[in-house]
Design a protein. Structure first.
Length: 75
């Protein structure tokens, strides 16, 4: 499986392994469209969202777009 490599990559991988899995909760008042669609918009911490999706979609997702924080002066 292809992966990206960046400064402190190994530290990030170890930190990600320590994050527990969480359940996603639908917020009905914010939902629109057909309920049987596979599309989702998730608001929250990127790592927690990805960990929540992993058990259901591992090996099935072609693309995930994440709006990353910029200018935080961190690796």
């Amino acid at each position: 499986m292809p992966s990206l490599d960046w400064l402190n990559n190994r530290d990030a991988e170890r930190a990600a392994q320590k994050v527990p899995y969480r359940l996603l909760e639908a917020v009905p008042e914010l939902c629109s469209g057909a309920a049987d669609t596979d599309n989702m918009l998730i608001q929250g911490d990127n790592l927690q969202a990805l960990k929540a999706l992993l058990p259901l979609y591992a090996g099935k997702v072609k693309c995930i777009v994440i709006d990353t924080p910029y200018n935080i002066r961190s690796a």
